[in-house]
Design a protein around this ligand. Sequence first.
Ligand SMILES: *[C@@H]1O[C@H](CO)[C@@H](O)[C@H](O)[C@H]1NC(C)=O
Ligand SMILES: *[C@@H]1O[C@H](CO)[C@@H](O)[C@H](O)[C@H]1NC(C)=O
Ligand SMILES: *[C@@H]1O[C@H](CO)[C@@H](O)[C@H](O)[C@H]1NC(C)=O
Ligand SMILES: *[C@@H]1O[C@H](CO)[C@@H](O)[C@H](O)[C@H]1NC(C)=O
Ligand SMILES: *[C@@H]1O[C@H](CO)[C@@H](O)[C@H](O)[C@H]1NC(C)=O
Length: 558
Amino acid sequence: MRVVAFLWLSVWLVHGEHLESDQVVSVPEGWLHDGRVAPLEEVELTFALKQQNVDRLKERLELVSDPDSQQYGKFLTLEEVSSLVRPSQLTEKVVKTWLQSHGVTLCHTVLTRDFLQCSMTVQVAEALLPGTEFHRYRRDGQILVRSSSQYSVHDDVSQHLDFVGGVLRFPPKGKEISKSWVGSKQSAKGIHLGVTPATLRTRYNLTATDVGTAANNSQAVAQFLEQFYHPADLAEFMSLFARGFKHLTEVERVVGTQGGGKAGLEASLDVEYIMSTGANISTWVFTNPGRHESQEPFLQWMLLLSNMSAIPWVHTISYGDDEDSLSAAYMNRINNEFMKAGVRGISMLFASGDSGAGCWHKTKEENVFRPSFPASSPYVTTVGGTSFKNPFKVSYEVTDYISGGGFSNVFAMPDYQVSAVNAFLKGKQSLPPQSYFNTSGRAYPDMAALSDNYWVVTNLVPIPWVSGTSASTPVVGGILSLINDHRFLKGLPSLGFLNPRLYKLRGTGLFDVTEGCHLSCLDDKVEGQGFCAAPAWDPVTGWGTPNYPVLLAALVKG
Ligand SMILES: *[C@@H]1O[C@H](CO)[C@@H](O)[C@H](O)[C@H]1NC(C)=O
Ligand SMILES: *[C@@H]1O[C@H](CO)[C@@H](O)[C@H](O)[C@H]1NC(C)=O
Ligand SMILES: *[C@@H]1O[C@H](CO)[C@@H](O)[C@H](O)[C@H]1NC(C)=O
Ligand SMILES: *[C@@H]1O[C@H](CO)[C@@H](O)[C@H](O)[C@H]1NC(C)=O
Ligand SMILES: *[C@@H]1O[C@H](CO)[C@@H](O)[C@H](O)[C@H]1NC(C)=O
């Protein structure tokens, strides 16, 4: 009997394949188990269908983003992206047949046909994905449905799918944006200079007339945590801090569900600063707390982008998770999605994170730095943070010690940054021990902006000392939108995926940040210190912070 049972088990095992065997399956701190989900309750799962021509998509992105290519700026429409990458008929057929054989028929696709989002009962989901067991989890009023164990899919479909979303991944920890105690201490000595739109415009050389004027220009912020901006906060912020230059006081469009309740600091920050830097430019807010308990909000946003043919040119996002907690299949597919955006001429800006080089206690004895994704993606522009050298005046900038940066352990270093990064690695400054980071990986951030001591209006109250790369990212986003504006007025296409062009500038139009180090592991070997800023590119502040008129002059051609 035992032998028979064993044989039966192994037959079953060869029929199932794990798509994401390297995805961490554990309940992150803070989430409380709230019981098994009943068999007849509904879940909504997202199937990422294998795309075609991903190598051609990558080639195309390199050509349209390289200013020395004949193809520079020759972007594709979403329909053209769709005809390039949409899954083969075989893939669509196999996946559909598989779903239908389990009685799953309620599915929605996107314009590029490479995602299917389907509703089904938990009982069906557990049969479809052997190994799963769906449970409910809670964290501060947020409810989530996830499987407590790995999923597999039938052998016949595994080669047609990248991954299934809504099964394993929990949303990353809602980073509390830091309220700097350093700032509050310094203020005791005199009137501390908080960062306001006026401060930024002075430092980055924006004049009162540097505002958007092109009819079709647009920019967006995307938010995934349970965070909302309030229109009244934005209006109050503008009336308090955005004097002397033309700006808008309302968001053009909210995509997703804007919940009620208290405004989030992060949400207020993003909208207030992209709209005061990229002033007078139509702004959208993508807000996605997850319509359904079983969805992954970040993935939902990626699906939306593939389902809307007209979306803003610049997107800024403060969101990230530890690279080591995510499966390679998932990250590679998200990279494809960034490439799809890039070939459409869309710029994706991600905050580099607020933990410096990070620290991963890999074993009891071994610590290594901990890169964050999507910051470590080779297909986005990653923004780090700085502070004023002299916090009492608009002085030059130094590293903000929280500024996220380092080297990916998953993605190889892209060609566009090889010489810049090698110059840094061979430079004079001392490096952390080699065992802490991977010199062959994609290095980030790409550039930076002030990230310390911002004023934000939230729930109608002006709040000082708000800090984090969530502040610097919308500022850089607004500046890129202003540059797009001049390009549109000259009949040129948008900047699109900026990195290939940014690295060719070799620092032109950017204030080089050369002082200060960011934080990392608090152990005997590195004592809390990660990388240090250096002349030209460095893994703390990238190429530096924008000097608008010079950057504009360099990027408004061709
Ligand atoms: C994509 O858009 C179409 C048309 O608006 C809609 O019917 C479909 O449900 C959308 N897909 C998803 C996954 O939401
Ligand atoms: C921009 O700002 C810097 C420092 O604030 C200043 O030195 C410079 O002259 C300004 N103008 C240009 C065009 O760089
Ligand atoms: C603001 O933008 C609109 C186009 O959206 C433009 O017509 C107007 O001239 C701009 N205002 C200023 C002061 O440049
Ligand atoms: C603005 O967009 C609309 C619709 O996408 C298009 O028809 C129009 O030509 C665009 N205008 C400019 C100035 O690019
Ligand atoms: C270092 O990064 C490369 C990608 O550039 C990767 O293939 C390799 O596995 C990484 N090594 C470690 C130890 O993580």
